[in-house]
Every structure is written in C-alpha cells, then in structure tokens.
Ligand binder design. Sequence first.
Ligand SMILES: Cc1cc2nc3c(=O)[nH]c(=O)nc-3n(C[C@H](O)[C@H](O)[C@H](O)COP(=O)(O)O)c2cc1C
Length: 222
Amino acid sequence: MTTELSPSMNLKDAIEQRCAARSFRSDSIPQAILAEILRLGLRSPSGFNLQPWRFIVVQEQGNKEKLRACAFNQRQVTEAPVVLICCGDRRVNQTDYIESMIKLGKDAGGVNDAFADYMRSAIPQLFEHHPCFESMEAWTNRHTMLAVAHLMIVAKSFGVDTCPIEGFVSAQVKEGFNIPTEVDVCCLLPMGYAAEPFKLYGGRFGIEQVCYGESFGESFQV
Ligand SMILES: Cc1cc2nc3c(=O)[nH]c(=O)nc-3n(C[C@H](O)[C@H](O)[C@H](O)COP(=O)(O)O)c2cc1C
C-alpha cells in the first residue's frame, strides 16, 4: 500500500476546519504522513534561523499513560495515536550550536561568510541584551509555539486533527521524559483523527476588535 503524501485539504479549508479535538479515534497515523507533517511543520521561521523547538514523539501506550497522568488526566493524551511533547531549548545561544546552524545555512546555500560573521556577533548580543523579550524561556516559547501552529495547520491539511494542551504539570513531564533543565515544555500536542464529542466552534473576535490602525487603540477599517 502506498500512502498519498499530498494534502487532502487546501490551506483555507485547513485553517477554517482545524479545531481542538477533545477525543480521538484509535486509528493510527501512517508513518509517512507523520513524517511529512513533521517535515513541513519544521519549515516554521525562527529568529536567526535558530530553530529552538524540540519535539518528543510519544507513540507507546505506556508512555502516553504516563503523560496523561501529568496532564490532569486529559483523555486526548491516551486516545491520540501520537502525542508531541513540544519543547523549547534555551541552549541555542551556545557557540557550538550557533556554529552548527551556520554550517546548516552554508550547506543549504543561504549563508555566506559575511553573514556567518554577522551572526557570530549579533546572536550573542541578542541574548545578552534581549531588547524584545524578558527571558530566554519567553524567546524559545515564542518560536516553539509558532512551529506548533505550523504543525497543526499542516496536520489538518492531511486530515489529521490535533489538540494543543497547556493543562499539564511541567516538572512532572520533565522528570518523566528525561527533559534537561535548560529545556522548557511549551505544550503537548495529541495528533490523530477526531472522534465525538466534537468541540463546537467558539467564535473569534473580529478584525475591528483586535486590529488597530497605526497606533494601539486606534480603529482600523478594511
Ligand atoms: C496554548 C494552548 C493551550 C491549550 N490547552 C488546552 C488544554 O489543556 N486542554 C484542551 O482541551 N484544550 C486546550 N486548548 C484548546 C483551546 O481550548 C482551543 O484552541 C480554543 O478553545 C479555541 O478552539 P479551536 O482551537 O477549536 O478553534 C489549548 C489551546 C492552546 C492554543
């Protein structure tokens, strides 16, 4: 049997039809589809292309049960065939990691010597002065959740449902899954095929309520 690796849904439908799944069928996700969702999800952007996200792919039932116990007993965690523990790694400011990212960029043809030297000086300065974030954890969380958003939309385009979860005890997840001190757990992401009870659409505030024109609080018209 071959697995069709083209999305079954276009982007607009995937965005509009994605919703947090409260329950999952037991059907597994074909491994080729899972690999493609991860590959495309990881095309998410990041500052200096540092890619601080890390994902633990949990598929064994015993580990899912252990994870559910850290997640206020939420059923999605054991029902879904795959659960990602989505983490942000604060060690991406280390020199050897920055060099590995520069090598990646050079190999891909997107980084030349001048830009590599710029990154060697600018990245440590960003983390030393952190003008646009309070803590390293805020910075890694920003990027990891952006990748999670990519993953959820890509997954839906392949017909795979997800449920982002922040209802978990971080210290328990870290201890149970050997997560280093410098790595933070940003969310859990059960993935699979939604089952009843389906969650109803909760609505969204309109453009006029959350978008401002030119200055915070000023009305914006499209
Ligand atoms: C960061 C984050 C954490 C969430 N945590 C949980 C959770 O712990 N349990 C849960 O059932 N849903 C959780 N949700 C799902 C939200 O309830 C859901 O996204 C929201 O109500 C909007 O609905 P929709 O995603 O179906 O459009 C979370 C969503 C996000 C983005």
